[in-house]
Design a protein around this ligand. Structure first.
Ligand code: ADP
Ligand code: MG
Length: 729
């Protein structure tokens, strides 16, 4: 203990090298673990029940097993169906033999296993049993070599063992040992208790110290289960308290009212609209208009299926704010989408976007993205800071501290589900600014409440009239004649003046494995890549004479712009792309959408992709190529996709299918969030209870002073989300 208490830091704040030595600390830092607190908060992914040491003879396909066995031999070879290597390890428990398989792109990591698993080595192996050609095996099992040659302590084995998220060369046992070293030194008084006593009693939760012990050193399964429950409550309470407190602070600041003006830009824009607004667009427009006219800051979510016309709603709101002397910002998740918004909004506005050059009615519209040149950026920043720019459109670069928007009155987030939790927090943290978030993906209530606190919801339920139909067909990717027909259809469509998107799951064939590809047992060709596909199509006689463009995320902004322009004007009417075109891209002439390896995409992603066509009056055709065998969840997902174009119905079906254990596609919970225990989709009950308590606590004492533990934890969480968000810009 004296090693850590000398410099006034608490044990939890101590850097790991003080407590564990430089070598272990360095290894753990690869997992982002720097302090004792980081390490103690490194939550086990799951627990292996060694009490159920299964004799190999009892193992069945699909079982999760832990066995003690002896290595008989190993063999390594290149794989047959795809690049990479395969290591086979034969083990035996004395009665039955079984094989282990490990795969890797290079032979190096496999050589590491081979070295540790020499013939005669006794180890504990755990994993899920699968069968391959009638033989049972474990794929990529976790294992621990038993140094004493198999003389295993029965009590030790009966204990549920935590398995930690680990890294190459930082296996779960290293983490377990490091945590054990620390737990030996920890006293109950070292562990702060963020949960108010009343809250703990009400929900029957373990104390902080006991929970920590239960999490890392459970004696029984019930120990870690109770510990996890308490951790979930703790995270939920801290998160909800942060949100409620922010809500309180935001509501305490008035927004400047920006009422609609009959003689303003918004009215002039309405008068020159080339189409009639749908009823939904008008209704939602009125709701937003009233919000903007009041001095209470707006927090509104606009849900509307792909193609329902959310951009116009956003633009009309922005114009009203500009009419009232304010500035408006439109935030898009990708550069492609930000640029498109900029182009379509300036063109819809026409001379109204000329900043009052031609008439006294007008405003300036500017674009800001992270990859713009220094000079252009400086100019835009200057105009925005000077108040000359009324509407600023951009990517998350807009959230940077360098961007001063002195009269910011309305912030609009398009396709909000593509932003991380912390970025949304950053937006909410601007007092007095009206916030409109838009999404085509319906958000579950708890998520909405977690992401935004209190918010009003508007919906666009109809699509604008006169939209072409879209037919969706699932094409078995293994049938050559069908696939040939796909490319003929593309050629016919383009000849008739249409445009075709071809979407691939990866950029080039050498891309990192995504974990979604085939295994040696279930061979399928490698996932299609933009590079290969474009190459093949350029050589395909069916497409002779048709220029084929490619678009991927890492391309330069100039290239992206020119490729999109060539696609739009028909110079390069076939565009092979990654899912960069997934959200928001609006090319009315686009009529055909080909999705390669469609079985590897999530349902909402497929829906978004299909939303790129059928936006004009021409009918659209979506062909989804699939390798999914009949009866799999992937095949069912595709069947649902072909069955309906209704995004809300699809979202429901998606939830049902997910519940069956298949989670593909982007998670809405935000990859950058700090939640370690809480699962926003699953822990609805916990979140709701925590929210009720947070409301009560903040109402009682907004500064949380009666509960110093909670106050400290909440302040730390707020600091962290600010730092994180700054760090990302
Ligand atoms: P989303 O809701 O998916 O963002 P957009 O705002 O991109 O949809 O609109 C899709 C297309 O529909 C755009 O080309 C837009 O100009 C057009 N559109 C929007 N509203 C109407 C309307 N009321 N009538 C006809 N077309 C419309
Ligand atoms: Mg849109």
């Amino acid at each position: 203990m004296e090693a850590v208490a000398t410099d006034g830091r608490t044990l939890l704040e101590s850097p790991l090298d003080r407590v564990l030595g430089a070598r272990t600390a360095k290894a753990l830092s690869r997992l982002g673990l720097e302090t004792v607190s980081d390490l103690l908060n490194h939550a086990p992914r799951r627990y292996v029940r060694r009490g159920e040491l299964v004799p190999l003879s009892h193992a069945h396909e699909g079982d999760s097993v832990t066995v003690v066995a002896t290595v008989l031999g190993t063999s390594m070879r290149p794989m047959n169906a795809r690049r990479g290597f395969l290591l086979k390890v034969m083990i035996s428990d004395g009665n039955v033999d079984m094989s282990l398989t490990f795969f890797a792109k290079s032979s190096r990591p496999l050589a590491f296993h081979e070295m540790k698993l020499k013939p005669g080595t006794v180890a504990t192996f755990s994993g899920t049993v699968s069968s391959y050609r009638g033989e049972l095996q474990l794929t990529h099992p976790e294992y621990e070599v038993l140094e004493d040659g198999g003389d295993v302590d029965k009590d030790e084995i009966a204990r549920p063992r935590p398995l930690y998220p680990s890294a190459v060369n930082v296996p779960t046992w290293t983490i377990e040992k490091a945590i054990a070293t620390i737990l030996d030194q920890v006293q109950p008084a070292d562990i702060p208790e963020p949960l108010p006593e009343s809250f703990r009693t009400r929900h029957g939760l373990l104390g902080a110290y006991d929970a920590l012990m239960g999490l890392h050193r459970p004696g029984l399964d019930a120990d870690w289960q109770r510990a996890r429950e308490r951790m979930k409550f703790e995270e939920a309470l801290i998160l909800q308290t942060v949100l409620i407190q922010r809500g309180h602070e935001a509501a305490a600041v008035d927004s400047t009212p920006r009422p609609a003006r009959p003689d303003g830009l918004a009215a002039a824009f309405d008068a020159r609209l080339p189409f009639e607004l749908t009823e939904g667009q008008r209704l939602v427009g009125d709701q937003i208009s009233a919000d903007l006219a009041s001095s209470r800051p707006m927090t509104r979510l606009l849900q509307g299926d792909v193609g329902s016309g959310k951009t116009i709603v956003a633009l009309r709101a922005m114009l009203q704010v500009v009419d009232g002397g304010g500035q408006a910002a439109l935030l898009a998740p990708t550069e492609v989408l930000a640029e498109q918004h900029f182009r379509s909004i300036t063109s819809m506005l026409g001379e109204l976007a000329l900043g009052g050059l031609l008439s006294d009615l007008g405003t300036r519209v500017d674009l800001l993205t992270g990859t713009m040149g220094a000079k252009a950026t400086r100019e835009v920043l200057g105009r925005v800071a000077g108040g000359e720019t009324g509407i600023i459109i951009g990517t998350h670069a807009l959230l940077s501290d360098r961007v001063q928007i002195p009269f910011l009155s309305l912030a609009i987030v398009d396709e909000q589900h593509r932003f991380g939790v912390d970025q949304r927090e950053a937006l909410r943290a601007r007092p007095g600014v009206n916030l409109l978030v838009m999404t085509a993906t319906p958000i579950p209530r708890t998520l909405a409440m977690t992401a935004f606190g209190d918010l009003a919801v508007s919906e666009l339920t109809e699509l604008p009239r006169g939209r072409g139909d879209v037919t969706t067909t699932i094409v078995p990717a293994g049938k050559t004649s069908w696939v040939d027909r796909v490319w003929e259809r593309v050629a016919e469509d383009v000849t008739a003046g249409g445009r075709a998107f071809v979407v691939c799951p990866r950029i080039d064939p050498d891309d990192e494995a995504t974990g979604l590809e085939s295994s040696d047992e279930n061979p399928r060709p490698p996932l299609s890549s933009v590079v290969d596909t474009a190459d093949q199509l350029r050589r395909n006689p069916a497409l002779a004479g048709i220029t084929i463009g490619t678009l991927t995320g890492p391309m330069s902004p100039e290239d992206k712009t020119s490729i999109m322009a060539a696609f739009q004007d028909g110079t390069a009417p076939v565009l092979v792309a990654t899912t960069v075109i997934e959200v928001g891209v609006d090319v009315p002439d686009a009529t055909t959408m080909i999705i390669l390896d469609a079985d590897r995409f999530g349902l909402s992603q497929l829906h978004q992709l299909r939303g790129r066509i059928g936006r004009g009056t021409k009918p659209g055709l979506c062909l989804a190529l699939s390798w999914a065998p009949e009866g799999t969840i992937a095949a069912e997902r595709l069947a649902a996709f072909a069955d309906t174009r209704d995004g809300f119905a699809l979202a429901e079906r998606d939830m049902e299918l997910r519940r069956e254990g298949d989670v593909l596609g982007a998670s809405q919970s935000g990859a950058h969030s700090h939640l370690r225990h809480l699962e926003i989709r699953k822990d609805v009950r916990v979140i709701e209870m925590a929210r009720d308590d947070a409301i009560e606590l903040v109402a009682q004492a907004p500064d949380l002073s009666p509960w110093p533990g909670l106050r400290d934890a909440v302040n730390a969480a707020r600091r962290r989300s600010e730092i994180d968000y700054l760090g990302r810009n």
